[in-house]
Design a protein around this ligand. Sequence first.
Ligand SMILES: Nc1ncnc2c1ncn2[C@@H]1O[C@H](COP(=O)(O)OP(=O)(O)OP(=O)(O)O)[C@@H](O)[C@H]1O
Ligand SMILES: [Mg+2]
Length: 390
Amino acid sequence: MSTPKRDEAGNVHPRPQESKVLPEQAVEERLLVILGFTGSILFEFDAEARYTAVSAPAEELLAIPRDQLLGRTIPEVVGPQAAAPFLERIQSVLTTGHADPFEYDLEVLGGRRWFRANALMVPRRQHVLFLVQDITRQKGLEQHLLESDRLAALGTLAAGVAHEVNNPLSYVSSNLNFIAEGMAEILRLLEETGRAPDPDWLKRSVKECAEALSEAQEGTGRIRRVVADLKTFGRGEDPSEGAANVVRALEGAISIARPELRFRARLVKQLGEVPRVRGSESRLGQVFLNLLINAAQAIPEGAPDKNRVEVRLREEEGRVVVEIEDTGAGIPPEVRERIFDPFFSTKPSGIGTGLGLSICHGIVTSLGGEISVESTVGQGSCFRIRLPVS
Ligand SMILES: Nc1ncnc2c1ncn2[C@@H]1O[C@H](COP(=O)(O)OP(=O)(O)OP(=O)(O)O)[C@@H](O)[C@H]1O
Ligand SMILES: [Mg+2]
């Protein structure tokens, strides 16, 4: 043993540790231990794509037992199709020194599994090394996420259809009840008195029934179009074709929303002349109806003279602008950020499903338009839609 070195002050300095160069075999052994930890598999191929070395943490990750792999070519082991990306990478690494990583699935001893592979050049030998990781679990999770995403989208779609069918369905059924009662009344009078009722009264009754009937027909038409929209959605067709008359769409929505508005507010209309816009009247009618019902629901019943819902229509900078303004409760800033999200509602369940504005947003943007809102708590809200001219 040599004595420790001292400097001039007499301090002892330990000898620097000699660096030990590990033999190649020892390096390889350690590498294999590390690979075992990471669950990775190593394959080495010569230029003819024959397996020259294999290291796998578990036999189940291989297509055939380890000792039967060596000396055979990849196509012999996994078939020509599964071998193709490997052969391509081997070629690329041997000629350019690098290759893109790739993913593949393979029937192995433990069943079908997914893998991700990176190819590297083995220095000094003309060999290519594949570092392969088993990503079956990750793939399973991705698949699961994709499916739940699709299910959620389907759920939203189904709820949206229910929402849009519900509005016309409720006035179709109330109008049919009204007609049934009217008819029963006429029949009762005819049977009881045995003579024709007062012609003026009869005319009025029949006229009211006819109006209710035509509104109900309009309602079933609307339901039919919601279902037709669903079909075109399924076929991926573009529903934004066509040239819609905005005034007609607005008037239709107003007449349906009138019973909701009657006891809450006065309706003021300022409908200027505008060109036709892209889209269909029934889809635009759906948007306006949702906004009118929201406006009505923001105003409590009982003081229709003190409250106002104003519908404005004009052309501005080559776009058609529709505004629906109310003097209702207004929307606080923290709520405003979320009102276009599906299923966001501040209304009690049974009244609001939170789908109205998300449907409006979907329709308006699909037509190349925009929807926005300005609101002051305690004073009211104004929803503004800008639509491209057809
Ligand atoms: N005119 C308005 N005034 C005040 N708040 C509004 C107005 N319009 C929408 N909101 C707010 O935005 C939320 C979302 O509206 P949306 O129309 O999407 O759903 P909803 O009316 O609650 O339910 P649904 O339309 O499905 O019956 C409402 O719950 C309400 O808080
Ligand atoms: Mg709504």
